[in-house]
Design a protein around this ligand. Structure first.
Ligand SMILES: [Zn+2]
Length: 361
């Protein structure tokens, strides 16, 4: 989910942008379902099921994910599939109790038209996002507290950088950091509402109609996966959908891209009250032929999904230029809003499906 942050134009901005990425490494350590039934500490769980989806796309136990390096630059990185897409948002009891229905079921028996199944996948995706953003808040709040207390040593330790100085960083933090923290808190309250709404529906077994899911099947061998949330501002053709500001209501879409044995199932889940706002996006997606759909969903992945995985089968076939374009573009979309037509045409669903010549300047 993009939040409104300035483009990196100078050194302080670079430091700040690094900070925004580091929040991903900081972890919120409470069960999101916190109740008397919690069974102790949070456990690591996969936002994309390891034994099912990650296995489909892995090679020798590995997949690729965007990860930030020590300088805060995001690059596609090879990781073991056991480590891919994990988050620690639930205790063991709540993880099993909630997701058992979609975990312990034979693949062929999954009913992709069952609203309960769809909402369980959505709940897992929104939970991961909730956990990631809450982790961000706890990290940025720590930074804020160091700066308010003028505590240089703690800042260095929290930020994991001996060179950072409060004197240099403080003006930038005051100008942009606090605003970002405020935006993030607002975002978490929105995500929390979605999380609670879906959880209540699943618990009570009624009002499933409140959340609707658009499904798309991409008829190509499993190469990519994602579980995330995004708030589209424009359609692929550039029509306006919404502005993201702190005052207006925002239409969010929970996105699941599931690599199945011979195709990709894409599920876009949204609240029924936002249908009208999102209709131009769905209409455009519906009108595209399958080649174009693959490209547009690839762009959505690059623009909006930090929590994505790619098969080594596709990444290791790319030439250096494609790899560089992917990394640059992914990196850029973390800190600024980028239009669809500025994203290179990299097809993440087909090994030979790139159209680099069509890239606009
Ligand atoms: Zn729990």
């Amino acid at each position: 989910m993009a939040s409104q942050t300035p483009k990196s134009t100078n050194n302080q901005a670079r430091v700040f942008s690094k900070l925004l990425r580091f929040q991903k490494n900081n972890q919120f350590t409470e069960c999101l379902f916190k109740s008397g039934r919690c069974s102790g500490k949070v456990v690591k769980c996969h936002s994309l099921q390891n034994s099912r989806f990650l296995e489909e796309i892995s090679e020798e136990g590995h997949v690729y994910m965007p990860k930030s390096n020590q300088n805060g630059i995001v690059k596609l990185t090879k990781v073991g599939r056991k480590q891919a897409t994990i988050f620690s948002g639930f205790c063991n009891y709540h993880d099993n109790d909630t997701f058992e229905e979609i975990e312990n079921v034979n693949f062929n028996e999954i009913d992709w038209d069952n609203p309960r199944t769809l909402l369980l996948y959505s709940l897992r995706a929104i939970s991961r996002e909730n956990w990631a953003k809450k982790s961000g808040i706890s990290f940025l709040s720590k930074i804020d507290s160091c700066i308010r207390k003028d505590d240089s040593e703690s800042l260095k330790e929290t930020y994991n950088d001996d060179h950072i100085s409060i004197k240099d960083f403080s003006p930038y933090w005051t100008a942009h950091g606090r605003q970002h923290l405020k935006g993030l808190k607002k975002l978490v309250s929105r995500i929390n509402k979605i999380f609670e709404s879906i959880r209540t529906i699943l618990r009570n077994g009624k009002k499933f109609h409140l959340w609707q899911t658009k499904k798309y099947l991409l008829n190509c061998k499993p190469l990519s996966g994602a579980a995330s949330v995004f708030s589209p501002q424009k359609t692929p053709n550039g029509s306006h959908i919404q502005k993201l500001n702190l005052k207006s209501e925002v239409a969010d879409i929970i996105i699941n891209i599931l690599p199945l044995p011979s195709e990709h199932l894409i599920m876009l889940t949204y609240h029924k009250n936002h249908k009208e706002k999102l209709l131009p996006l769905f209409d455009e997606l519906d009108s595209l032929d399958s080649d174009k759909q693959e490209i547009i969903f690839s762009k959505i992945l690059i623009m909006h999904c930090e929590n994505m995985v790619l098969s080594p089968r596709i990444v290791e076939c790319w030439n250096d230029r494609t790899r560089r374009e992917f990394d640059n573009c992914f990196d850029q979309t973390i800190t600024s809003e980028v239009d669809f037509d500025k994203i290179p045409n990299i097809n993440l669903f087909r090994i030979d499906g790139n159209y680099p010549q069509a890239q606009p300047e």
